[in-house]
Design a protein around this ligand. Sequence first.
Ligand SMILES: C[S@@+](CC[C@H](N)C(=O)[O-])C[C@H]1O[C@@H](n2cnc3c(N)ncnc32)[C@H](O)[C@@H]1O
Length: 204
Amino acid sequence: MNKPFSQSCENNKKPILSVIESLWTGSAEILEIGSGTGQHAVYFAAHLPHLHWQPSDRGVMIEGMHMWFDEAGLSNIRPPQILDVELDPWPVTRFDGVFTANTLHIMSWNHVQLLFHRLGTYLPPGGLFVCYGPFNRGGQYSSESNARFDQWLKRQDPVSAIRDIDDLEQLAVKQEIELESNVDMPANNRILVWKKSPVAGIQF
Ligand SMILES: C[S@@+](CC[C@H](N)C(=O)[O-])C[C@H]1O[C@@H](n2cnc3c(N)ncnc32)[C@H](O)[C@@H]1O
């Protein structure tokens, strides 16, 4: 097997780092969902040595990302875990925050719903869920190129689609999770920073 490579990871890793470096400033365990090639994990773990980075993805992706991790030799990357968001329970349940890039428009809407449901269970009070990718708002595409990308996605797999932030907020609120910030990124992408209520689960 050749080492997998994603050009888009190379293009977006720096702008993403410039946002997440101010979100997770102290020692923390970060679960990445849908790590893909593993390039983001290597770059973020190298630049944010105070974090422990836990990569994960569906089983078929694990061998490829191992090649990146073996080469990088970083002690703050945990061994990658097979984690499909539909698993119940998840194989990793102890973390302080969650990162994912370019996954919500790939997985089915049912899986997006399960992801938020699991975050309701596992994300600790006050924990952040940081989500990079293209998103719609109020049923509108943010650009012509995103509209074309959405059509392309649906031709690849009818369950894939750019998600609407309004729909995601409806899922989040049921899990005591709020959209804390919505950051404009290059190439018509965004970073959505979601925060679990610091008093989630506490009965008053
Ligand atoms: C477009 S790739 C993005 C990979 C990487 N995060 C990046 O930014 O390059 C989408 C990733 O989501 C993963 N994925 C799709 N459905 C998933 C699910 N149900 N649970 C976990 N990961 C999933 C895929 O295996 C794939 O690695």
